[in-house]
Design a protein around this ligand. Sequence first.
Ligand SMILES: [Zn+2]
Length: 184
Amino acid sequence: MVRPDLCLEFANTRYWRGQATPTETLNGPDDLGAWAAANAGTRVERTLSAEEFERALALRETIYRLFDAQAHAKPPATRDLGLLNEALAASPTRTSLKRVRNGYEWDVDVRSGTALGLLAPVLWSAGDLLAGARLDRVRRCANPECGWLFFDDSRAGKRRWCSMSACGNRAKARRHYHKSKQDT
Ligand SMILES: [Zn+2]
């Protein structure tokens, strides 16, 4: 079963985006293949070319910019929407479902074996999230150095941090530190 926020997970394969040197987890075609197999349920029998890999990373940045704009209630760059649409048009068609464990999955035809085939579930997730009823729940972590995108599925819809154990606690600790410094 593919998570509805798969597109955000993909965008987050590069993180600490506000730092001078962001952390990159996809350092080559093999990393992308492994990520797709583990998260999107797609695999190809060969290694992707450097060009396909670069295209996939460019697409990731397009997805990041689209949702980052959304998280700040800004209109997207026209170019980014165009790039996503191009990628959607070039990806395999979404025509049939298959049964997996206790649910269903789109049956992705990756015979073409391109990076776009591997990423089809990511592209569909981006389209569904953008065109869906809960787009206003897309957030970017309030820590400017972090830049992590997430889907806020909390009841109140007021989640600000990617996860309390990382950025939220760090911000709290910092506030506490400043406060105790002023007190002394
Ligand atoms: Zn964060």
